[in-house]
Design a protein around this ligand. Structure first.
Ligand SMILES: NC(=O)c1ccc[n+]([C@@H]2O[C@H](COP(=O)([O-])OP(=O)(O)OC[C@H]3O[C@@H](n4cnc5c(N)ncnc54)[C@H](OP(=O)(O)O)[C@@H]3O)[C@@H](O)[C@H]2O)c1
Length: 235
């Protein structure tokens, strides 16, 4: 039995957190997990637990300083994971789907398991795939001789995207909404999280308005795009 669990039992014993729901975040040191911490940490109704691979890492220590219970486990080891889930009411995960699901299934006290993933974009877009605007493959490139930016894309400017916006802020907002509306989100429901519907051309246009430097959207054939970033057009 690991230390965090004993500590938690003691807290229950003394009645400090009888009404608190335990939210276990696998990877609270991540972008998505960190967003949940920011959203829920100051809400007295929740006790937040981070599952990390290393208690000694700087991000894990920083979380402990903020009042998060930090426990050690890895998704490579289902047993350690299942131990870290002891007692939680809600578990959030976004990596290593199979082992997380197995550990969650082996946790009788679990009320709500939230798995963050991307939709099957290939099916939903009839074979076209949506890309992340901020990845190196889509970051606007400054052309000094033109004194403006260009963005190379392997799809047209009227491609409809459904982004989550600022993941650091918005993931936590969605997770709270999912947790707090179990009638809508259980059992086995998908929640599609996006902040707006917008075309790839409009996103660049907004970026351009913010930068004020000028930006041109350049559509390439996927084969041409692949010459620059091999395999990314296929992805
Ligand atoms: N951010 C996005 O916009 C985005 C978009 C689409 C998909 N995704 C996917 O969503 C997942 C999370 O992305 P992110 O950007 O939020 O994460 P991230 O910032 O890349 O951080 C990775 C997180 O996973 C944890 N982790 C890694 N290996 C682990 C293991 N074996 N056992 C337990 N924890 C482990 C790390 O925790 P410790 O280092 O503390 O152990 C860390 O908190 C990734 O699979 C990513 O590909 C992210």
């Amino acid at each position: 039995m690991y230390k965090g669990y004993i500590w938690l039992k003691l807290k229950y014993l003394f009645g400090f957190m009888t009404l608190q729901k335990i939210v276990t975040v696998v990877g609270a040191t991540s972008v998505q997990g960190g967003s949940i911490i920011d959203e829920l940490l100051n809400d007295d109704r929740y006790h937040i637990r981070d599952v990390t691979r290393s208690l000694e890492s700087r991000p894990a220590k920083a979380l402990a300083t903020r009042g998060v219970e930090v426990v050690q486990a890895t998704t490579d080891d289902i047993l350690s994971l299942a131990e870290s889930f002891q007692g939680p009411s809600v578990v959030f995960g976004s990596c290593q789907a199979l082992n997380l699901a197995k550990a969650a299934a082996a946790t009788p006290t679990l009320e709500h398991y939230i798995w963050s993933t991307l939709p099957d974009a290939k099916t939903q877009s009839s074979g076209k795939f949506l890309q992340n605007f901020y990845w190196q493959t889509h970051r606007p490139i400054f052309i000094p001789t033109a004194d403006k930016y260009i963005q190379l894309n392997g799809y047209p400017a009227n491609t409809l995207l459904r982004p989550i916006g600022d993941a650091k802020k918005n993931i936590g907002v969605f997770i709270r909404a999912i947790m707090e509306q179990p009638r809508k989100t259980l059992p086995g429901k998908y929640v599609r999280a996006h902040t707006e519907s917008i075309t790839s051309g409009e996103i660049l246009q907004r970026w351009d308005e913010a930068q004020g430097k000028g930006a041109e959207y350049i559509e390439l054939e996927p084969s041409e795009f692949n010459k620059i970033w091999p395999d990314w057009a296929e992805e």
